[in-house]
Design a protein around this ligand. Structure first.
Ligand code: TYC
Length: 101
């Protein structure tokens, strides 16, 4: 650095924040067959049968269940895909997303 160069008194602090994470939430309904819910969880969220069964039964009993956590884009894409799989068969199966605190 030459003598005429000005050195900044404070360094610009590189601010790299981690992305917000979003939960995908499965909602219960009275019409979608249990085995169809399980098949969607396996196909879209890459779950094993036992895990998918557990998530489906939790939603069935409690009204909703967190399926997985992703960045915003991935969460919204998977929630839409999974919901559309249900709609394509005439079921009201619904997946929503919610930002984590
Ligand atoms: N409640 C549905 C039934 O009894 C099954 C079901 C479970 C549907 C979980 C949605 O998120 C759900 N056929």
């Amino acid at each position: 650095m030459s003598e005429t160069d000005l050195k900044p008194k404070t360094q610009a602090k590189p601010k790299v924040e981690r992305p917000h994470l979003y939960k995908v939430i499965l909602l219960n309904d009275d019409f979608t067959p249990r085995d169809f819910v399980v098949s969607v969880l396996k196909a879209v969220f890459r779950m094993m049968e036992s895990e998918a069964l557990g998530v489906m039964m939790t939603a069935h009993r409690k009204g909703a269940c967190v399926v997985a956590v992703y960045t915003k884009d991935v969460a919204e894409t998977k929630a839409t895909q999974a919901t559309e799989l249900g709609r394509s068969q005439g079921f009201p199966l619904t997946f929503t997303t919610e930002r984590e605190e």
